[in-house]
Design a protein around this ligand. Sequence first.
Ligand code: PRP
Ligand code: URA
Length: 209
Amino acid sequence: MGKVYVFDHPLIQHKLTYIRDKSTGTKEFRELVDEVATLMAFEITRDLPLQDVEIDTPVSTAKAKVLAGKKLGLIPILRAGLGMTEGILKLIPAAKVGHVGLYRDPETLQPVEYYVKLPSDIEERELIVIDPMLATGGSANVAIEALKKRGAKQIRLMCLIAAPEGVEAVQEAHPDVDIYLAAKDEKLNEKGYIVPGLGDAGDRLYGTK
Ligand code: PRP
Ligand code: URA
């Protein structure tokens, strides 16, 4: 079964509080999501492999380390995943970015796929699927399925907030996928919103309703 990591770094938790607050406006919301995404990228890259190099400092030679050049790919789920993408790219600028477009039908809560455009070599990349919200888990599961169908082998999922129902759904459908969160909330309400959550992530990022 996939593991679940909740990043409890104080800066992530502090900023998440203002993201959740309904009095936070669109501009500030967008900035905070971007900042938290950068901080989460710092945490999720902890296990990237390093390799030894020898360099010359102004004083002597030194044995040092650089990233071993693991190929990464970011897969934001449209729309709201886009709000986290630039923040992650600040720390992982060489990552390729693929897009999966899904929206959740408000009646059935089922995800509807409308766009998929991926790097051509996804089977060689470690992919991070990005979406601020993991609610029923339907969208994440369809996105992960879309990647696997096209050859992806290593996939992680990174979300700001998850409901227990969404975590369970992903663990059941994709036991090979680890999940990285800033918070695991209490439950879903009858409309499929995360409680307490932050409301509709796409609407809050882009000022729509
Ligand atoms: C939101 C969110 C997730 C999905 C989560 O997107 O960004 O993709 O809902 O819900 P689920 O886990 O129950 O599938 P939404 O469908 O509102 O689309 P949008 O990003 O285009 O606003
Ligand atoms: N999608 C959102 O944007 N928010 C929720 O709480 C659930 C799904």
